[in-house]
Design a binder for this molecule. Structure first.
Ligand code: ADP
Ligand code: MG
Length: 412
């Protein structure tokens, strides 16, 4: 941990810049519970599922909201004088079938000195897995985390996993299986295997609240002997759109800018100076998609403004927004009253391949709702808009839906 002192020499300042880069982790899930901001409710729900026999869990939410980080860290809380845990966290791959998935688990387990990976050379079935998972000592809570569940493409694998969960539950075996994935894949699993829904606790990861995003930054600055002005923090939170990746990225790059100016307090101009670097660090695919979505031979087209309005809107638990939600922000950006009829076609076109398929739609004719295919797109759109003078910082703070407390789409 960096000493909380005032840097003196150029070397001190440079060292502090390295510490700042290290303190934030925009590119990797959190692996230490002490560094996990917020999420108290989800931690409780996860522990509950682990402690109750026969209960398993599904942790679901949009990409990048912090599912892997939670799955990595929550079980630390279980460790006590009389309790221990054995946590195996594996990522699913498109190439995995049930046997390969089990092998990944078995490779991380030993029984009577023998690595279980060596025990099964042929196909592995749910009963083999159930058998091996019932063999743990009584004071141990075994947890198997199947992360990136949505990556599985092999048809029968989810069915085998569902069967395993059913057997474990019916026989009251202590092992808890936790499935982690984007909401749609989880929805599919439950729909197809209704019988397991009773023993599967469904735990939703929402985007982060402003307080949780602030905590990410506030937790890390003291070790750098740094602090942040309120308006800079508010801007950082508004731009992050509930996504912790961006809170880390903005926090990291703004801290770096402040330190380059030999300052220990981050202010709004450090955030502004950091934005071009943050744009460069955004996935190339997101930048390319934005380019396709907004390039048009017709001057005066409003694609960029429509996307800005969409990026500012409130979304539901699956990330969808209702077209009506765009009226107010778009009106403000275009400086006139607008109705859905002005931009309804734009939303439809933004779902098409020649516009980068930046949005997708669901629902029925006249009641379509939309979402960004890539949640990471939203902060990028705002950064682009700010850099190119399409929106002002004041408009961002005024128009951005300030929190992502999920609401049913029908409430719009
Ligand atoms: N509770 C949290 N506190 C601090 N940082 C977080 C938290 N949750 C996620 N992050 C950060 O956000 C980014 C995305 O998190 P990750 O767990 O990989 O999301 P997901 O698995 O849902 O795609 C990572 O950079 C991670 O460090
Ligand atoms: Mg993940």
């Amino acid at each position: 941990m960096a000493p909380a002192t005032h840097p003196q020499t150029d070397e001190d300042w440079q060292a502090r810049i390295y510490d700042a880069i290290d303190a934030f982790s925009p590119g990797a899930p959190i692996d230490d519970l002490n560094l996990l901001a917020g999420r108290a409710k989800q931690i409780d729900q996860m522990l509950d599922a682990v402690l109750q026999r026969g209960q398993h869990a599904i942790l679901y939410g949009e990409r990048g909201v912090g599912k892997s980080s939670l799955a990595n860290t929550f079980s630390t809380k279980l460790i006590g004088p009389t309790r221990t845990r054995s946590c195996i966290h594996i990522n699913c791959d498109p190439s995995d079938n049930f046997t390969r998935l089990c092998r990944k688990i078995f490779r991380r387990l030993t029984s009577n000195g023998e690595n279980l990976g060596d025990k099964y050379i042929n196909d592995i079935y749910p009963d083999d897995l159930v058998y091996e998972l019932s063999e743990f000592p009584l004071n141990t809570f075994p947890i198997i985390i199947l992360d990136e569940f949505d990556k599985l493409t092999e048809g029968e694998t989810p069915t085998f996993i569902a069967n395993t969960i059913k057997h474990l539950s019916d026989r009251s075996i202590r092992t808890t299986i936790i499935i982690v994935g984007v909401a749609d894949s989880v929805d599919g699993l439950i729909k197809e295997h209704g019988s397991i829904s009773r023993c599967l606790r469904q735990i939703r990861m929402e985007r982060m609240s402003p307080a949780e995003l602030r905590e990410i930054v506030d937790d890390r600055l003291p070790s750098l002997a740094m602090s942040i002005h309120q308006d800079a923090m508010a801007h950082l939170v508004a731009l992050s759109r509930g996504l912790p990746h961006y809170a880390h990225l903005f926090g990291q790059q703004a801290a770096k800018k402040a330190l380059e100016h030999r300052r220990l307090v981050i202010d709004i101009k450090h955030i502004e100076q950091a934005l071009p670097v943050c744009m460069e660090q955004t996935d190339q695919s997101v930048r390319a998609q934005y380019h396709w979505a907004t390039t048009s031979p017709r001057s005066g087209n409003i694609y960029k403004q429509v996307l800005l309005a969409a990026a500012l809107s409130q979304v539901d638990e699956f990330g969808y927004f209702h077209p009506v939600a765009l009226q107010n922000p778009l009106g403000s950006l275009l400086n006139r009253d607008v109705k859905v009829s002005l931009f309804g076609q734009h939303l439809k076109k933004l779902c098409q391949e020649d516009r980068g398929s930046v949005l997708e739609q669901t629902g029925s004719e006249r009641k379509y709702i939309y979402r960004f295919v890539e949640p990471m797109m939203q902060p990028f759109i705002l950064m682009y808009g700010l850099k190119n003078g399409l929106i002002t910082r004041e408009q961002v703070s005024e128009l951005a839906a300030s929190h992502y407390e999920p609401r049913l789409s029908s409430e719009f």
